[in-house]
Design a protein around this ligand. Sequence first.
Ligand SMILES: Nc1ncnc2c1ncn2[C@@H]1O[C@H](COP(=O)(O)OP(=O)(O)OP(=O)(O)O)[C@@H](O)[C@H]1O
Length: 273
Amino acid sequence: MIGVCVGIHRDSALCRAKNLGGHTMKMNVENLNLFYGEHQALFDVGLEVPEHKVVALIGPSGCGKSTFLRTLNRMNDLIDGVRVEGDIKLDGEDIYAPETDLVQLRKRVGMVFQRPNPFPMSIYDNVAYGCRVHGFKDKKKLDEIVEKSLRGAALWDEVKDRLNASAMGMSGGQQQRLCIARVMAVEPEVVLMDEPCSALDPISTMKIEELVTEIKKDFTIVMVTHNMQQAARVSDFTAFFLNGKLIEHDKTDVIFTKPHDKKTEDYITGRFG
Ligand SMILES: Nc1ncnc2c1ncn2[C@@H]1O[C@H](COP(=O)(O)OP(=O)(O)OP(=O)(O)O)[C@@H](O)[C@H]1O
């Protein structure tokens, strides 16, 4: 459990992860086991997350995708009775080290949930929220951040004339893009997405998929999806989970055209799940 260096320092050259197979690894997970009380939900999972790529997590319901995703910014810590064993590194640093600052970690590794969860406040305040929490007060700078984030989330043109209107009056698809803008505003390095399109119509889904493809130049993305076509369309790498185990992890085209494991093939061809 000992990282390359202590604490979470964003730009430390010493802490940069190794460049493996032509990709710089943003996160490295090794020998990860997770228990909800007596129930083991993840078994010896090892996965590398390359920088500026999209990694899709697929697998049947209950196989541990969301549980795994939540280990990457320690969201499981909020659940009573959870025990985590193993190594998870961000830029080579152990995020489970006792001295890890969780607020700082979750700023660096942001999360977008299944259902859009805007705060009951204005569109502007939703996007500015995280910056204010982190002590940002300069109004002019905040205006710039809000505009940049809304543009980045492909929402600016739709909302620029009603920034002070309540976010609760937006469509579901707009709310989800707002939640993405809210995460982007604090400039995370990794964005975790837990089935971000499952509550959306096909057009909103397409917009989120385009957005994911666009923003990966700035962020590293790990996304849970039940939608196989979506994984094939937006991800560079795909990880297939079954019964809490990572069965296979490879380039997305390999997983979908010539998987190594029969269980992966059975799942992606719809034989189970
Ligand atoms: N808060 C919790 N407390 C206890 N057990 C949990 C909790 N969350 C998940 N589990 C259990 O852990 C296992 C993995 O669940 P998880 O939600 O991670 O799977 P999933 O692949 O994301 O499923 P889905 O696709 O249906 O969302 C399941 O057996 C589930 O019942």
